[in-house]
Structure formats: structure tokens, C-alpha cells
Design a protein around this ligand. Structure first.
Ligand code: GCO
Ligand code: MG
Length: 412
């Protein structure tokens, strides 16, 4: 007879309601079900295969209560530790086990993580426009939807397609930018850093003039600048008092931020592509950043991200968890529980999924007056409808890549 908390079934579920998602479902002998998000945009099936072929056999027969031991076992026993595929797979297991533990405790997950440290989680929305009037309309719309913090992305004269800006206005007015395009090959975009650096400060000047000094504004440079260019941008944006400037340089070079930091007081955020606390070692210890962008999904789950955030807390660095549409509703729910509980919460990205996504994922988190709240359901508060999921089979989709005018590949 297995004990009631023995893991008896583990399913890797791939579905595509509007976009691709990978979900891990762990079931115990007593029939308690936990969900984890295993979505890695553009490489979904690599994580699904890691889970299905290598990790599921290790979980069957184990005790679902042993979260820390399972995390350490999966991290250390692989030998080829770290990396996005492995850490996303570990995250999915970790979050599913936390979901089970919280359900068994009869509590929403945030209670197990120490209880609420605040009444709700400040969320920022995306606003974008192909020109400045369209951008101002987009900001107005997000404010009407209740958002109290807004990320600004805009087209750049002379550049055809820019990260974060929809190529056509959505008929519903909904912000519906989705960079991973379905199709056999990735889309090619173009880029010009000088044109971008000339254009962006004027955009922020106009947005500030229109919406006043108090609205928190954010911007994502999406890994495209050299350190000295990034320093210039940070300096030029200082009059507009950004909440943060994100991913100014390619994230893998931690030392690059030393130069940026020497030149500007614009707060910096980085880390959505990081996987472990080791990726943050230099930039947190030297206080080169202000916000940690890692999500629960790509940084080893609640267990992995909490380690990063506890380290960050010693240096007054706060959370700014990644929350684009490629974090599934399961990942968003996990983020909301963790954000409610930790002390060093900063802000939470909330891009909002296409309404069709809710046919597969039923969530209990709410968004009111600019704040997310995870709700009071035991566990994560997410249910997965497998029948609905089967109506949306996986479709290959790639993130785009960028080339400069002379054909050189650039960071996307
Ligand atoms: C953000 C991110 C995303 C990424 C996407 C890639 O700040 O929200 O930069 O939009 O581009 O997650 O999969
Ligand atoms: Mg980003």
C-alpha cells in the first residue's frame, strides 16, 4: 500500500490555446493533484521531453511532501546542472509539489510561504504604439483597465519591427503583442541602436507631459545595447524618473552593468533569462541592479526563486517577476502567491493572456485597482481542463531574431 502522499502519476500536458504551454501534473495516491508551468517559449518540446523521458520516472513512487529534497536531487543528480531547459523542468516539479502541499494543508499557497506581507501585488501592464498618439491611447486604455504602473514600448523611425510593439492595432483594443510566431521558421526583424537611442527619450518626455510625474513608467531595452550605449540611455532618461529600465545589455555579461551603474541613477532590472542564484552573484553583491526579473518558471520554481530573492534582500534588491504571456496561468498564479508573501516585493509584470486561454486554465487570482491577489483557494488556485486542452494541439512557434541593416545578426 503506498502512503497517501506517494506520487502515483505524472503527466506532461502540451496545449496551445492562443499560444503553446507545457504543464506538469503530479497526482498522489490519495488523488491530490498539483500543477507546474514548464513553458519555455520557442523550446517548449525540449522541456516536455526532459520531463517525460528523464524526470517523470524519477518521481513515480516518491513522497510528494519532500519538496526541498526533490529539488536538490533533480539539481545535483543531473550532473549537467543549471540551464533553462533543466531549470524550467525542475521549476515545474517544484511548483506542482508546492500546489499539492498547500492543498493538503487546506491553505492558499501564500499562507505556507509565510502569509501575506501586503494587501495585493502591484502589477504593471504593457502599453505600446506604432507612433506616439497610438502609444498615448494605449497608456490611457491600460489606466482605464485599472493599471497603476505601465511599461512603454514604441516603434522607432527607420526600424520596421520593434520588440514589444504590435504590428497592427488589435480590433478589440486589447494589447495582444505575441513575439513567438507560429510557423515553420522564425521571423526576421531589423534593428538600429542609434536610431533607438535618438528616439526613446523624446517618447518618455511626451508620456510624462501627458500623464504627469506620479505614474510609474517602465521600459525594456531587450538586451540590445553595449554598456556605453546603455549608460547613455539611462542618463538621457533620468529626467523622466523611470520605475526601471530593463535588460539594457545582453544579460549573460554581469560585469557590463558596472559601467552602466557608474553613469546613471535610472533603476535597473535584469534576469528574465537567468536560471539560478549563480547568475546574480556579481550583480547583486555589487548592487548593480535594483530588481530581479526572474520568474518562478525559469529559475527553479518557488524554491529556486526564493533563494535568489532572499539573497537579493540583503542588498535591498527587490522582485520584479517576469510575467509575459509565455508564463502560463499556472506560472502567474505561483508568482502571485510568492509576491504576496515575500518582504522584498517590488512589482509584478502582468501581460494578460488571450481570453481563449481561460478555456483550458481556470484561475482564482484576481486583478483589482492595479493589484493582483492569488485568492483563497487551497493550493495555487488553478485547474487544468484536459478536454478543452485537447482542442488546442501544439503548433510550432519560434521567437524572432534580428539583423542590422548590413545583415549582421544582432541580439533580439
Ligand atoms: C518581458 C520579456 C518578454 C520576452 C519573452 C520571450 O519583459 O516581458 O522581455 O516579452 O521577450 O518572454 O519569450
Ligand atoms: Mg523583458
Amino acid at each position: 500500500m503506498p502512503s497517501p502522499t506517494t506520487i502515483t502519476a505524472v503527466d506532461v500536458l502540451v496545449t496551445s490555446p492562443g499560444r503553446n504551454f507545457v504543464t506538469l501534473r503530479i497526482t498522489t495516491a490519495d488523488g491530490v493533484v498539483g500543477l507546474g508551468d514548464a513553458t519555455l517559449n520557442g523550446r517548449e518540446l525540449a522541456v516536455a521531453a526532459t520531463l517525460r523521458d528523464h524526470i517523470v520516472p524519477l518521481l513515480l513512487g516518491q513522497d510528494a511532501h519532500r519538496i526541498e529534497d526533490t529539488w536538490q536531487f533533480l539539481y545535483r543528480s543531473v550532473y549537467w546542472r543549471r540551464g533553462p531547459v533543466t531549470m524550467t523542468a525542475i521549476a515545474a516539479v517544484d511548483v506542482a509539489l508546492w500546489d499539492i502541499k498547500a492543498k493538503l494543508a487546506g491553505m492558499p499557497l501564500y499562507q505556507l510561504l509565510g502569509g501575506a506581507s501586503r494587501s495585493g501585488v502591484l502589477a504593471y501592464a504593457h502599453a505600446s504604439g506604432r507612433d506616439v498618439p497610438a502609444l498615448l491611447d494605449s497608456v490611457r486604455q491600460r489606466i482605464e483597465e485599472g493599471f497603476r504602473a505601465i511599461r512603454i514600448q514604441t516603434s522607432v523611425p527607420g526600424v520596421r519591427t520593434v520588440y514589444g510593439v504590435s504590428s497592427a492595432p488589435s480590433p478589440t483594443g486589447r494589447y495582444s503583442y505575441e513575439p513567438a510566431k507560429r510557423g515553420p521558421l522564425p521571423a526576421e526583424e531589423d534593428w538600429d541602436s542609434q536610431a533607438y537611442l535618438r528616439h526613446i527619450p523624446g517618447v518618455f518626455e511626451t508620456v510624462r507631459a501627458e500623464f504627469g510625474a506620479e505614474l510609474p513608467l517602465l521600459h525594456d531595452a531587450h538586451h540590445r545595447l553595449t554598456p556605453i550605449q546603455a549608460a547613455r540611455l539611462g542618463t538621457d532618461l533620468e529626467p523622466y524618473r523611470l520605475f526601471w529600465l530593463e535588460d539594457v545589455t545582453p544579460a549573460e555579461n554581469q560585469e557590463a552593468l558596472r559601467l552602466v551603474r557608474q553613469h546613471t541613477t535610472t533603476p535597473l532590472a535584469i534576469g528574465e533569462i537567468f536560471n539560478t542564484v549563480w547568475d546574480y552573484q556579481t550583480i547583486i553583491r555589487e548592487q548593480l541592479i535594483d530588481y530581479v526579473r526572474s520568474s518562478v518558471v525559469h529559475a527553479g520554481g518557488i524554491t529556486g526563486l526564493r533563494r535568489i530573492l532572499d539573497y537579493a534582500a540583503q542588498y535591498q534588491v527587490k522582485s520584479g517577476m517576469h510575467g509575459p504571456t509565455d508564463i502560463s496561468p499556472v506560472g502567474m498564479a505561483a508568482a502571485t502567491h510568492l509576491s504576496l508573501a515575500i518582504h522584498n516585493f517590488g512589482i509584478q509584470e502582468y501581460m494578460q493572456h488571450d481570453p481563449i486561454t481561460s478555456e483550458v486554465f481556470r484561475t482564482s487570482f484576481t486583478f483589482t485597482d492595479g493589484l493582483l491577489h492569488p485568492g483563497e483557494e487551497p493550493g495555487l488556485g488553478v485547474e487544468y481542463d484536459e478536454d478543452a486542452a485537447e482542442r488546442f494541439p501544439y503548433e510550432r512557434a519560434y521567437l524572432p531574431f534580428a539583423r542590422l541593416a548590413d545583415g549582421t545578426i544582432h541580439d533580439w
